[in-house]
Design a protein around this ligand. Structure first.
Ligand code: PLP
Length: 431
């Protein structure tokens, strides 16, 4: 299987090259040249397969020509060593809890799969890899956890100063070993831009083997399709209209859902739920994609003004606006709505939602008002304890803090503060 660039100016490459390069030279995004469609025999019996079996079947078409099935199986077993519960909250509402990995956010799926894939590809190389990641909060720690202590790999995390939660900052800055956090005096969009520029700068790429672990890396997209298929296979109401609601920022998660659809998952609709950084919901209304500076919200991992996976979303629906509108509908909510939903769901179901997951729940709830016959799955993207202040404020109740978070809170932080221009990052990388 080859991977082409969505800008069509760079040559198609192997998976290994796409994973190492991260970003093609023409500044597009890598996508598989064809998408393997799963056999009906698999789709009809998927409910009998474990998560790992579904993951193996889905990844084989992309990865299978690069390694043995045994190697792929052990990557999958090691990467997804945690539960993926589908919780029924109401008659037609399910919550897919994607936050049971080590850093308590759905980013663990992509980051852990990518880390192990990269480790496999790099096993026989004696060159060091430098992984550069811009994070709005959750990606950085998932990537750091995935690569912590891996020989031959260094990880540099860029996060926006003052714009991540206290817990998130602890998770980013207390890893030590081969992980270095850079606190950027700017926004997440600045971080993302700085990282992108480093990849396009021959002065850097000529000297270091740089790799991106952002959601632009194809190795993160592929595993984000597994849990859609898994959740779908677990529904009792599989013959009804199924809708997924996805709390979105860079739209890597939603692109994973579209990928699962192309592979054969029967789904009626995806709801793109955002905070007031509503670039994609606006596009779905008027056809204009207009990036804007990001605005800070309580759902900070979705504070994205220029969603990096948008070209993938389009390409997975044939670059056709009518197709896109047929399968994706948008909605957005402000902080006040978010707090209200967290409180409402807690009062009604005794269930805690993080701010991102609350936006997803509300988007689904509104959709089901208009489409009462549908069955909805809303993705819960982070553990509520990661946003303990907001959740406690909304519910007036204390959410339990998992042990792993308590441990991290006790550690001392270590980060390097730099400015928000590419020159600042370049000076650091060439130090
Ligand atoms: C990253 C993240 C999102 C947004 O996911 P995208 O793939 O960027 O759309 C939503 N919620 C949480 C908790 C996240 O960490």
């Amino acid at each position: 299987m080859k991977f082409y660039s969505t800008n069509r100016q760079s040559p198609a490459v192997s998976l290994q090259e796409a994973v190492f390069k991260g970003l093609p030279d023409d500044n597009g995004l890598y996508m598989p040249e064809s998408i393997p469609i799963l056999p009906d025999s698999f789709l009809q019996n998927a409910q009998e397969r474990s998560f790992a079996e579904i993951a193996l079947e889905m990844s084989k078409g992309f990865v299978g020509d690069q390694m043995t099935e045994e190697d792929l199986q052990s990557i999958i077993d090691a990467a997804f060593s945690f539960e993926v519960p589908l919780v029924q909250l109401d008659a037609n509402i399910y919550i897919l809890e994607l936050f049971h990995g080590p850093t308590l956010a759905f980013k663990d799926f992509g980051a852990r799969f990518m880390a192990r894939l990269l480790g496999h590809f790099n096993a026989n190389a004696n060159e060091e890899i430098n992984i550069l990641v811009a994070t709005s909060g959750d990606t950085g720690s998932a990537v750091a956890q995935g690569f912590l202590g891996v020989p031959g790999v260094n990880v540099t995390l860029l996060y926006p100063s003052g714009k991540v939660s206290e817990l998130q900052e602890k998770q980013l800055t207390t890893n030590g070993q081969n992980i270095q956090a850079l606190e950027i005096l700017g926004t997440f969009d600045d971080c993302q831009k700085m990282v992108k520029q480093a990849f396009l700068d021959p002065e850097i790429t000529g000297k270091q083997k740089l790799t991106s672990a952002n959601s632009i890396n194809i190795a993160r997209l592929i595993p984000q399709s597994f849990y859609y298929m898994y959740a779908w296979s677990r529904l009792k109401e599989i013959n009804k209209d199924i809708v997924f609601c996805v709390p979105s920022g860079n739209f890597g998660n939603l692109s994973g859902g579209l990928l699962a659809r192309k592979m054969g998952m029967k789904v009626d609709k995806f709801i793109a739920a955002t905070n007031i950084n509503k670039i994609v919901p606006d596009y779905l209304l008027n056809g204009n994609f207009e990036p804007k500076p990001s605005i800070q919200t309580l759902a900070n991992a979705m504070d994205v003004g220029n969603p990096s996976n948008f070209p993938r979303l389009k390409s997975l629906l044939g670059d056709d606006y009518e197709q896109i509108r047929k399968y994706v509908t948008g909605c957005y909510f402000n902080d006040e709505d978010t707090l209200e939903v967290i409180s409402e769901v807690y009062d009604r179901f005794d269930y805690f939602l993080c701010p991102h997951s609350a936006i997803g729940y509300k988007g689904l709830k509104n959709y089901l008002k208009e489409n009462p016959e549908s069955i909805g799955i809303s993705l819960a993207t982070a553990h509520p304890a990661k946003f303990v202040d907001t959740v406690d404020r909304a519910t007036g109740s204390d959410v339990d803090i998992p042990l792993s978070l308590e441990e991290v809170m006790g550690k001392s932080q270590n980060s390097i503060i730099i400015g928000n221009t590419y020159e600042d990052l370049k000076a650091y990388l060439l130090r």
